[in-house]
Ligand binder design. Structure first.
Ligand SMILES: [Zn+2]
Length: 377
């Protein structure tokens, strides 16, 4: 039987940022710099849990393009009565996605226009914190459930309560595997940037809570880690305006998806592809990613699932406005993983072999004896 394990996953716990604020739990002597994957939290967390890259587990981004039926197709019939800016439309859609499509994964409609949403799909159907939530791959959570009692608290539990409950669960001693996920730091970093005092006080609170818990349970293996870092925002580009100026039509010529750092385009026809590529190449602050590069980053998907053209911003630049909204933010992630501000970090009670690791290479450390492979789901 494995030693009892407790993992505390702090969204956006960046390596550089922890150094800047002097965050270093005293009770956890080992520190490993983590290289993340291209994408956002869904990609990074699933990569951590499955020990595989997005092109293996399949859950790269929250939204993919669909050539068949979209779970949002219902919006087409509702259009004469209202769009997703109406609360009742959102409620009806939410009911349909959970009850009919059985989607329990986290998603947000953000500010995605209806005409685009109707042509999108949600690749993640189950929550990544549940059994079979690792897409095509088996996750450490699947294995933990197979081995015994499991304690998991995700974004549905307020942070302080999650720490309290973790402490009680460790005290009861019945559970082998514990996982707490918290998104509070991520939202502070988006709002304030990485150098603000608000970050300092949140990290100080984490240190205090973590050191108390670790000191109380010396027989438990502890790992405190993040999924990606955070880069301070210094610039923005109006990509939507430049693309609209081409005169290309949605959905006849293309369907766009404007994330905050990445824009993806599903394209119909040679002419549209050429025109769009030309415009995207002329925009400073970002570049088009070639398939070889996507492949080497573990995010190459043949076909148009996640788009035919993928434009990525330089670290510090955001697309504004985007489907994420029109409010400027002070911190953002979702940049090329080679940027140092994108690195995350792991503090652990046991030593990890090496000072640096890809986040796809730590599943077997987080849950010793983890066997990856294809999911049975
Ligand atoms: Zn975030």
């Amino acid at each position: 039987m494995n030693k009892r394990t407790a993992i505390i996953l702090i969204d956006a716990l960046g390596c550089d940022m922890t150094e800047y604020h002097g965050f270093r739990p005293k009770t956890l002597p080992h520190r490993t710099r983590l290289k993340t994957v291209l994408g956002f939290s869904q990609a990074a967390l699933t990569s951590i849990f499955t020990g595989s890259a997005p092109d293996a587990h399949g859950l790269w981004l929250m939204y993919s393009f669909t050539s068949g039926r979209s779970p949002f197709g219902i919006l087409r019939g509702l259009r004469p009565f209202g769009g997703t800016d109406r609360l009742w439309v959102r409620d009806l859609l939410g009911w349909k996605l959970s009850r009919i499509d059985r989607i329990s994964a986290y998603y947000s409609l953000y500010a995605i226009p209806g005409e685009v949403l109707e042509r999108l799909d949600l690749p993640a159907r189950k929550s990544m914190f549940d059994r079979l939530g690792g897409g095509n791959r088996r996750s450490i959570i699947d294995q933990a459930y197979d081995e015994g009692e499991v304690f998991i608290r995700d974004y549905n539990t307020p942070e302080e309560k999650a720490f309290d409950e973790l402490e009680s669960a460790l005290e009861s001693g019945e559970t082998l595997f514990h996982l707490v996920y918290t998104a509070g730091l991520d939202s502070d970093l988006h709002r304030h940037g990485s150098m603000d005092e608000a970050i300092d006080s949140r990290l100080t609170n984490y240190s205090r809570r973590i050191d108390t818990i670790v000191a109380r349970f010396p027989d438990v293996r502890f790992a405190v880690l993040g999924d990606h870092g955070m880069c301070d925002v210094t610039d923005h580009i109006d990509l939507m305006k430049a693309v609209e100026a081409t005169g290309l039509r949605i959905p006849q010529d293309f369907i766009p998806f404007y994330d905050s750092t990445m824009a993806r385009f599903r394209i119909f026809g040679e002419g549209a592809a050429e025109l769009l590529s030309e415009v995207l190449r002329s925009i400073p602050g970002g570049r088009l990613l070639k398939s070889e590069e996507l492949n080497s980053l573990g995010v190459y998907f043949p076909g148009s699932v996640y788009g035919d053209l993928i434009f990525l911003c330089e670290p510090g630049t955001i697309i504004l406005p985007s489907f994420m909204g029109s409010d400027p933010v002070k911190g953002m992630h979702g940049y090329h993983p080679s940027a140092s501000c994108m690195d995350s970090v792991m503090f652990s009670s046991e030593e990890f072999d090496g000072n640096e690791a890809p986040i796809t290479g730590i599943a077997g450390f987080l849950l010793p004896g983890f066997r990856g492979g294809r999911s049975r789901g």
